[in-house]
Design a protein around this ligand. Structure first.
Ligand code: NAD
Length: 455
């Protein structure tokens, strides 16, 4: 029996003892996790800076603040979320009570991605804790310092039978995926998502897959150009474009193309991105640096384009006059390269987007309400924003997740609680009334009554 098997066995014993189920236990664990993060912020900032030079400001704003808000939301609502929900009883079953009981799924595995290592690892963990599960967390090995600090903090402060961090890469994750979990929660790329889904199928394990894709931003002539560009440029180059819901490419209406490009150039200059200004990060590793560098077509570059392999630096780069069939339009970019496509007919844009895998996000910048509705109705995507980008992820009342190739299931707030719960439906009968209609011997009179009741 390998170590992982014995871990899952001991977590199963704890879970089956009902130890993790009381609301008081869940609240205590969430409170403990929050205090642990708060008391160790300095080490968390240092680790993430060592991984890819992410600053304290951005780490707080895009990772820790979201985690604290998720914990606070869970602490405030956990009693409500865990309550039995009473529903109507149909005539055929009266007299009876009908209700739904949320119950934890059991022993769960969370696999994290590196690009927002704290948020994407602990976010699902908070949901799993709130729902009363035991947890094994496997952070991404690509962000090795953050993986190490998460392992150190959790493994010295939590009982491994309840919550354990296992570090590692493909070998370790493959071994973990072979085990019969009660729930798998994966954040990462589409190809690895398919591996996870296949592994889960062997044990009929329920999965949530938070994947990626090419998320479009559509900019029409009647948008507020200044605000659009301010929000769009920020959303694209935050974390050097290494954000699953970053606008992957922009489709801009031809009549404002020149003004849009000028505004983007000015905005990038105004934000003054650099490591020294603590508002820009490194590309996570050499593989990704090389992949992104190869996508830069100097003939199309209107801003940036310069790179430094030793520093894993790629400047915020805008590529103009891009077509739907260019190399950069094939796969998710996941880096600081922004292709601009110009359009004259919005219907053609919609067709192009719909011919591709369903994106994780879609953004439309326009004051045209009819067009807003048209985009939201005609294009299928995980979630998004009108006249903004990225910020929908920060509202825990909005379930977050993809559709089709960008993922399945969702989380944040109550959606996260639901992702880690089973909803058990119960019909509760008293003994004091029995119509005998359903029991043999059957008769025409009984059948007529049943027809009246059931229809
Ligand atoms: P990745 O798929 O390479 O890695 C994710 C996790 O899977 C890591 O923990 C890694 O160790 C593990 N893994 C990698 N290869 C594996 C294999 N062959 N078998 C088993 N496990 C394996 O993704 P990444 O590079 O960490 O993240 C980038 C991708 O994740 C992008 O596509 C991005 O859009 C997506 N993403 C999605 C979200 C979301 O919330 N939807 C958030 C962040 C990132």
């Amino acid at each position: 029996m390998n170590n992982y098997q014995s871990l899952i066995n001991s977590q199963t014993i704890l879970f089956n003892s009902n130890f993790t189920k009381p609301i008081t236990f869940r609240i205590a664990q969430l409170t403990k996790l929050k205090a642990l993060l708060k008391n160790n912020e300095k080490d968390l900032y240092e680790a993430i800076y060592n991984d890819f030079k992410k600053s304290e400001f951005e780490t707080y704003a895009t990772e820790l603040a979201i985690l604290y808000a998720e914990i606070n939301d869970a602490l405030k609502n956990i009693k409500q979320w865990s309550k039995r929900k009473y529903v109507k009883t149909n005539l055929a079953n009266l007299p009876a009570l009908s209700y739904i009981i949320p119950e934890p799924l059991g022993v769960t595995l969370v696999i994290g991605a590196w690009n927002y290592p704290y948020q994407l690892s602990f976010g699902p963990v908070i949901a799993a804790m709130a729902a009363g599960n035991t947890i094994v967390l496997k952070p991404s090995e690509l962000a090795s310092h953050t993986s190490a600090i998460m392992a150190q903090l959790i493994n010295t402060n939590f009982d491994a039978n309840y919550f354990k961090v296992i570090e590692g890469g493909v070998t370790e994750t493959t071994a973990l995926l072979n085990l019969p979990w009660d729930k798998l929660f994966f954040t990462g790329s589409v190809p690895v998502g398919k591996i996870v889904y296949q592994a889960a199928a062997k044990h009929l394990t329920p999965v949530t897959l938070e994947l990626g894709g090419k998320s479009p931003a559509i900019v029409t002539a009647n948008c507020n150009l200044k605000e659009t560009v301010k929000r769009l440029v920020w959303a694209k180059f935050l974390n050097a474009g290494q954000t699953c819901i970053a606008p992957d490419y922009v489709v801009v209406e031809a009549s404002i193309h020149d003004a849009f490009i000028d505004a983007v150039k000015q905005q990038i200059a105004d934000y003054n991105y650099s490591f020294e200004n603590n508002n820009y990060v490194q590309i996570i590793n050499t593989n990704n640096f090389n992949r992104l560098s190869a996508l830069i077509n100097n003939k199309q570059v209107v801003v940036g384009g310069n790179t430094d392999a030793a520093k894993r630096y790629i400047a915020p780069t805008v590529m103009d006059n891009v077509s739907w069939i260019d190399n950069i339009m094939k796969d998710e970019i996941f880096g600081p390269l922004l292709p601009i496509i110009t359009y004259t007919n919005i219907n053609e844009v919609i067709i192009h987007i719909k011919q591709r895998p369903k994106p994780l996000s879609c953004y439309v910048f326009t004051n045209d309400c009819k067009l807003q509705d048209k985009i939201l109705t005609e294009i299928s995507f995980g979630g998004g924003a009108v006249n903004d980008a990225l910020m929908h992820i920060s509202n825990s009342h909005l379930p977050f997740g993809g559709v089709g190739c960008s993922g399945m299931g969702n989380y944040h707030g109550e959606a996260g609680f639901k992702a880690f719960s089973h909803y058990k439906s119960i019909l509760q009968k008293p003994f004091w009334l029995e119509t005998n209609l359903k029991y043999p011997p059957y008769s025409t009179t009984k059948l007529n009554w049943i027809k009246k009741i059931l229809e």
